[in-house]
Unconditional design. Structure first.
Length: 233
């Protein structure tokens, strides 16, 4: 996906990117390529793949009105900034918090924040379970493109979400993980309202966004220590 295709395919899903936004995405791409080896950021380094698999895929979250209307968004395990930084470019009036435990990657995120002049993001260098114990019942939307199993992500992320807010994890094939997550779904008082399946354009790979609504305040015992979460896996 080149820059022109990026614009075109976003238009097809009713997402419009400004010239200023395009310039920021181009700068972001260049920074990823420049700092990739130093910070061990991503295995995806070609221009076309960055636009498709990092930028376009992250922005598919904007097909949900809940994402567009959110005042606060939390991205846990953001890595090199996905999906949080693409969302921050497109939603300049939304406060977006990026949580990443890797100090080097946080160093890169701060470089991106400065170079792109992203005043709407906050970068937190902490483990997910530590941050969600501190920042509870706060965010309108919580998301993640982390590779962890769904039931681990649920316990790590739901405590930071407001009641009636949405957890929107980006996944590939998800059916088995949903089956394995039934107990924690019940314990956390959340509901999978919708399973949004789509095909990543050009390469035609399968993607899923789960639309998970938080029904009531989270029991203070969650999240547990990470070692205990893993034992229940």
């Amino acid at each position: 996906m080149n820059k022109e295709e990026f614009i075109d395919y976003l238009n097809r899903i009713n997402i419009t990117v400004t010239e200023e936004g395009l310039n920021k995405f181009e700068t972001y791409k260049n920074l990823l390529q420049e700092y990739n080896q130093k910070f061990n950021l991503t295995s995806i380094t070609e221009d076309k793949s960055i636009y498709l698999k990092h930028f376009y895929d992250s922005l598919y979250l904007l097909t949900l009105k809940e994402t567009q209307e959110a005042s606060t968004i939390l991205d846990i395990g953001t890595g090199a900034g996905f999906p949080g930084i693409p969302l921050s470019i497109m939603l300049p009036n939304t406060q977006i918090t990026l949580v990443e435990s890797n100090t080097k990657k946080c160093g890169f995120l701060n470089i991106v924040k400065e170079k792109l002049n992203l005043k709407n993001i906050e970068i937190i260098n902490k483990r997910a379970e530590d941050y969600t114990k501190e920042k509870r019942e706060y965010f309108d939307i919580v998301t993640s493109r982390a590779v962890a199993n769904l039931k681990i992500l649920l316990e790590l992320e739901i405590p930071s979400l407001k009641t009636n807010g949405y957890f929107l994890p980006l996944k590939s094939n998800i059916e088995e993980e949903i089956k394995d997550s039934q107990n924690i779904i019940k314990n956390l008082s959340v509901d999978i309202e919708k399973i949004i399946k789509y095909t990543l354009t050009i390469e035609n790979s399968n993607r899923t966004i789960l639309k998970i609504k938080k029904l009531q305040k989270t029991n203070p015992k969650y999240p547990r220590e990470y070692s205990k979460i893993l034992k229940d896996k």
